[in-house]
Design a protein around this ligand. Structure first.
Ligand code: GRG
Length: 295
């Protein structure tokens, strides 16, 4: 099967899993559930649950216990996008080709549906405990998932990003932001898959390193797309510093330098992946695809 077709199939499988866990739009809080589901069903690449499923498969996992974690991961990611789009942060009106949640449901429900989705993610993941009550890996996976989302992960990274916007920033701080706001959930996806499949601590730590590099390359690619897609839209080149004052790898390294970084970092991720005796050709191709993506 060719890669694009396989990717589409895996995306559809993830969407089916996610659909099974969405909240019911009923009772007095139906509007909140509707806002949560609106963002969950607005599209997106479903990259994180796909990565999680591939890591699980690579280490020999075969049970359905991975599914609530895959759904939970997409909920965490989506909750972060809802909050990222709010007036207090990026104030964006469109996401995934549709109106953002706060633009449709108002700011208050934008805030609440992001909070509710984050909480519902943990409710969803905890379904794994009743599926396999004697499986000690579930508690470990849960601890890891919560840690990578919070102050020592995505939220920590995002907080440093928003509190330093527009200020001159040293490379170390930019790397901290990328490592946390973007890499942390990609690391968690690969690590949860590995942990639930029974990978060793060493193997799990190596998946973390791969996730860190994939996340960094992915975010730098995002920076590049941010500039080049605006250029395409406007039909004329603009300099990134005219677009906004945000420090990125493009402002730091220039477009070519940033593209070289993406190439080098993704190559390092693939080298690390290749040191495993377990092979996963799809995961290999997926990493290449992600860092060269056009949206
Ligand atoms: C409520 C949990 C919670 C968090 C709030 C706002 C915030 C804290 C975090 C934002 C983190 C953020 C937006 C990081 C950027 C990561 C990134 C490159 C997102 C885009 O991911 P894609 O391309 O999106 O996978 P799709 O739409 O395809 O899913």
């Amino acid at each position: 099967m060719n890669f694009e077709k396989e990717l589409q199939e895996k995306k559809e499988q993830c969407e089916e899993i996610i659909r099974n866990y969405l909240p019911k739009e009923e009772g007095f809080a139906a509007r909140l559930a509707e806002a949560m589901n609106y963002s969950m069903e607005a599209g997106g690449k479903r990259l994180r649950p796909i990565l999680m499923g591939e890591a699980y498969r690579m280490f020999g996992g075969t049970s359905a216990v991975i599914e609530p974690f895959q759904a939970a991961m997409e909920m965490i990611h989506t909750s972060s996008l809802i909050h990222d789009d709010l007036p207090a942060i990026d104030n964006d009106q469109y996401r995934r080709g549709k109106k953002t949640t706060h633009a449709v449901y108002g700011e208050a429900l934008g805030i609440l549906s992001g909070d509710a989705l984050l909480n519902y993610a943990y409710e969803t993941a905890s379904a794994a405990f009743s599926m396999e009550p004697a499986n000690p890996a579930i508690g470990k996976a849960m601890a890891l998932l919560t840690r990578k989302t919070g102050v020592y992960g995505m939220l920590g990274g995002q907080s440093v990003d928003v509190t330093n916007e527009g200020k001159p920033m040293e490379r170390q701080m930019l790397d901290y932001i990328y490592e946390n706001k973007t890499s942390a959930l990609i690391e968690a996806s690969l690590m949860v898959g590995a942990i639930l499949a029974g990978a060793t601590e060493e193997e799990t730590a190596q998946m973390e390193q791969i996730g860190s590099k994939v996340g960094l390359a992915f975010q730098i690619r995002d920076d590049i797309l941010d500039v080049t897609s605006t250029e395409e839209e406007l039909g004329k080149p603009i300099h990134s510093d005219e677009k906004n004052q945000k420090q990125t790898y493009v402002t730091l390294r220039g477009l070519e330098g940033a593209a070289e970084d993406v190439e080098r970092i993704s190559e390092e991720a693939l080298e690390l992946l290749d040191t495993f005796p377990q092979k996963n050709e799809f995961l290999r191709e997926l990493i290449g695809y992600l860092v060269n993506r056009r949206n």
